[in-house]
Design a binder for this molecule. Structure first.
Ligand SMILES: Nc1ncnc2c1ncn2[C@@H]1O[C@H](COP(=O)(O)OP(=O)(O)OP(=O)(O)O)[C@@H](O)[C@H]1O
Ligand SMILES: [Mg+2]
Length: 267
C-alpha cells in the first residue's frame, strides 16, 4: 500500500503521517515513511531526538551522492548531461533510519523544482528513488509531502493507492483540500480520503464539509484536537510517546482500520 499525505501548511500532515506509520508498523507491517518536505521534520515526529534528526542530510541535499549517482553536480548542470536513471535500489538500506523493528524513515527533501531552484540532478535522483520505492518495494510506504501530488507528475502520482488529504475544520482549508483532491483525481490516484483534523466541534465540521464537498462523493474521517500532541512537541518528543488512549492515536487507529479494510489488509 502506497499512501501520500497532502494538505496546506500546518494542517497536521507530519503528525498524522507519524502516528499512522507507528500504528501500521506495530500492527506487523513493514513501513517506510518518507519525508519530501523542503524543511523536513518527520524524523523528529517519529521519535528521533532533535540533536540527531537535525543532522540528517536529505537525499536531494546530499551533493556528493547526487553527483555520484547522476554524474552531475547540483547547481552546475546547465547544459550538462546527467543520468535520469541513477542507481537507487540501495538507498533504503543505506539511508533509511530505523525507528523501530518494522519502521524506517527516509528523508528525501523537496522534489518541487520550483522550490529548489535549479537542482535538476538532485530532483532527478529524488524522483528516481520515489519511482523505485513506489514500484519495487513491498513495504507500506507513507509519503509526507509539502506540496500536492502534482509535483510527483504523471508516471509517478498514479502509483499511489491512496491520498490522505488533510484539512483543518475551516472553509479556507477545506476549499484547498477540495482543489488538491481534484488534482489527485486528474492524476489518477486511486482513492482519496479527506481527513478533517484538529476537530473540536463535530457538527460544525460536518456542516463545513457539506458546504464545500456537498456535490462530491469524497469519504471523510475526523481526527479530534489533541492537546497531548502539543505538550509532546513542547518537550521536543515524538508521537511514539503518545499513549494508546490519546485522542489522536484512537482517531488514527480508526482511520487505519478503514484503510486496511479498503486494501484488504489485516490490522
Ligand atoms: N489533531 C491534532 N491535535 C492537536 N494538535 C495538532 C493535531 N494535528 C496537528 N497538530 C499540531 O499542529 C501543528 C502542525 O502540525 P504538523 O507539523 O503535523 O503539520 P504539517 O501539515 O506537517 O505542517 P507543515 O506544512 O509545516 O509541514 C503542530 O504543532 C501539531 O502538534
Ligand atoms: Mg510537515
Amino acid at each position: 500500500m502506497k499512501i501520500i499525505v497532502t494538505g496546506k501548511g500546518g494542517v497536521g500532515k507530519t503528525s498524522i503521517t507519524a502516528v499512522l506509520a507507528h500504528i501500521l508498523s506495530s500492527s506487523g507491517y513493514s513501513v517506510l515513511a518518507i519525508d519530501t518536505d523542503s524543511v523536513p521534520n518527520l524524523a523528529q515526529s517519529l521519535g528521533i531526538p532533535y540533536d540527531k534528526a537535525s543532522k540528517i542530510v536529505p537525499l536531494s541535499k546530499n551533493d556528493k551522492l547526487v553527483e555520484e549517482r547522476t554524474g552531475a553536480k547540483p547547481g552546475e548542470s546547465w547544459g550538462m548531461l546527467f543520468s535520469l536513471t541513477p542507481k537507487v535500489d540501495d538507498l533504503v538500506d543505506n539511508y533509511g533510519i530505523k525507528i523501530s523493528e518494522n519502521l524506517r524513515v527516509l528523508v528525501v527533501g523537496s522534489i518541487d523544482s520550483s522550490k529548489e531552484g535549479c537542482l535538476c540532478p538532485a530532483i532527478a535522483l529524488a524522483k528516481a528513488f520515489l519511482r523505485h520505492v513506489l514500484l519495487k518495494r513491498n513495504e507500506v510506504v507513507i509519503v509526507d509531502s509539502e506540496a500536492g501530488a502534482e509535483v510527483f507528475g504523471r508516471g509517478l502520482a498514479e502509483k499511489f493507492d491512496l491520498m490522505l488529504c488533510i484539512s483543518e475544520p475551516t472553509l479556507k482549508s477545506m476549499s484547498i483540500a477540495r482543489k488538491l483532491i481534484k488534482m489527485a483525481r486528474e492524476l489518477d490516484i486511486k482513492k482519496n480520503i479527506l481527513i478533517i483534523n484538529k476537530v473540536t466541534d463535530i457538527e460544525n465540521a460536518v456542516s463545513l464539509y457539506e458546504r464545500v464537498f456537498g456535490d462530491e462523493d469524497i469519504p471523510y474521517h475526523m481526527v479530534r484536537l489533541d492537546n497531548q500532541l502539543y505538550e509532546l512537541e513542547v518537550k521536543g518528543l515524538g508521537v511514539d510517546n503518545l499513549g494508546p488512549n490519546s485522542i489522536i492515536f484512537q482517531d488514527i487507529n480508526r482511520l487505519c482500520k478503514t484503510i486496511c479494510y479498503l486494501h484488504k489488509l489485516k490490522v
